[in-house]
Design a protein around this ligand. Structure first.
Ligand code: SAM
Length: 273
């Protein structure tokens, strides 16, 4: 018998993968969590029916949400991740030689547990000496910290449930205040094909408080439409300029990709102008 998992990317479009095993299904305090083993993409984590990460393509998202911000900051010592409970972004953050501390604030401890149980390639950095893992609401956390971080990464779920406020103007103002005077914020901002409103919300919210705001793209096959956007805001440094020259030995990100990712097709430019 064939078993398939389907994410309804829009009311009229489903993205289906054949699965060999269902490894976990549970309702956490915050969301419906599932881990399945797919033939095409390896193990897959879903929250509220939406694909969060898969073993095969996770590297694109995790490298691109991390390295563009960190490599455009000359001194990215203290990095904060809001969300990101699967650990993939934390892995990239602590891997960077200039980072001294990576703090991850995830609201749902069951996501962290699922990663520890099923995704060793993502969870390997939870115990890294540079890592500090906190189970708490990121919205509350940023309000309580001022002038502390060099880079803040918003590795959130879609703007539904506990993540709605992570796309609000008030939240971006709190992130601005928890960053140092030359800090950088980076947020995943969804698909330019299917989520124009999310991009507008993230871009205008960040642009409202940061001196420079830019959008860049990466190709991620299991995310809706396969074309994904990230919105970056900076108080001082130009996010397009790569200031780190060391070799990071990654699978997707290079300094050339860093710069190329900011070249936007007209239909994407039109979303933010
Ligand atoms: N890469 C993913 C994507 O774009 O689909 C996102 C990965 S990560 C699993 C997203 C995490 O954000 C979830 O584990 C969720 O629990 C967490 N999250 C949502 N709202 C949050 C909040 N207010 N504070 C902290 N974490 C939150």
């Amino acid at each position: 018998m064939d078993l398939w998992v389907t994410e309804y990317q829009t009311p009229s479009l489903g993205f289906s993968c054949k699965i060999s095993e269902t490894l976990r299904v549970e309702q956490t305090k915050y969301q419906h969590l599932a881990v399945v083993n797919t033939d095409q993409f390896g193990k897959m984590l879903l929250l509220d029916g939406m694909i969060q990460t898969t073993e095969v393509d996770e590297f694109v998202y995790h490298e691109m949400i991390t390295m563009v911000a960190i490599n455009s900051h000359p001194n990215p010592k203290n990095v904060l991740i809001i969300g990101g409970g699967d650990g993939g972004t934390l892995r990239e953050v602590v891997h960077h030689p200039l980072v001294e501390n990576g703090t991850l604030v995830e609201i749902d401890d069951r996501v962290i547990q699922a990663s520890k149980d099923f995704f060793p390639q993502l969870s390997l950095s939870f115990n890294n000496p540079k890592a500090n893992v906190i189970v708490d609401d990121g919205i509350k956390f940023v309000k309580q910290h001022k002038d502390k971080f060099d880079v803040v990464i918003i590795d959130s779920t879609e703007p539904v449930g506990p993540a709605i406020q992570l796309f609000s103007k008030e939240f971006y103002t709190d992130v601005y205040n928890c960053l140092k005077a030359d800090g950088i914020i980076i947020a995943q901002s969804e698909s330019p094909f299917f989520n124009k409103d999310v991009i507008k919300m993230a871009y205008s919210g960040i642009n409202n408080v940061f001196n420079t705001t830019k959008l860049y793209l990466a190709s991620i096959p299991t995310y809706p439409s396969g074309l994904w956007s990230f919105t970056i805001g900076s108080k001082k440094h130009d996010p397009e300029k790569v200031v780190f020259s060391g070799d990071l030995d990654l699978k997707y990100y290079t300094s050339a990709i860093h710069q190329a990712a900011f070249m936007l097709p007209n239909f994407v430019k039109n979303i933010i102008t």
